[in-house]
Design a protein around this ligand. Sequence first.
Ligand SMILES: [Zn+2]
Length: 203
Amino acid sequence: MRGISLRLFRYLIIVLIVCVLAIASPQRCLAQEETRMIASGQYFDVYGYAGIDIPSLLAALDYQSFYPGSSLTGERGDFSAILAKTLDVIYLETSDILDIHIYSYHGAIQFLPDVSAVDSIFYKYAGRSMHERSFYFHEKNTIYISVRDLELGVLGHEIAHAIISHYFVVPPPVKVQEVLCGYVDFNLRKSRGKILPKNKHKD
Ligand SMILES: [Zn+2]
């Protein structure tokens, strides 16, 4: 009896430890599995979470700066096609700013609900948390970005990372890459009269 109780006790301790680890891990909310393809253009396959609002997403990307005078409200347009086209134009504008043109490039963008969803993906790949709005993961050739904190400059920054990672045979030092991506972010904001970035999401 004593032996069985000890074994049962050990078993319960192991179950308890597994439960605590499962609850504590940021991987518990893996938003990645919940996304589906919402658009596909020349340069990106685009994924979004269930219920993602494409017109709001386009508004956050300053859609009107690409198509002056147009409006998405009340239109029965093909939002997926407009999103794909808008992202292609953002890719080309980023290429122009960097003066690096890879016309054969094709990657993916995962639009996730918020910073914690982005963080859960980062944790899965890096084994640590990041608490940023977005990141580019070269092994997956994918940009992960929070829709709640979305702005054109932030997406341009990550697209610049993708372009730089594909262009250079020997990757530039991380600091040099960040300066180049920051340059893209600044130029995209400046060209639209938004010099100051939005406040970072504080979760
Ligand atoms: Zn960066």
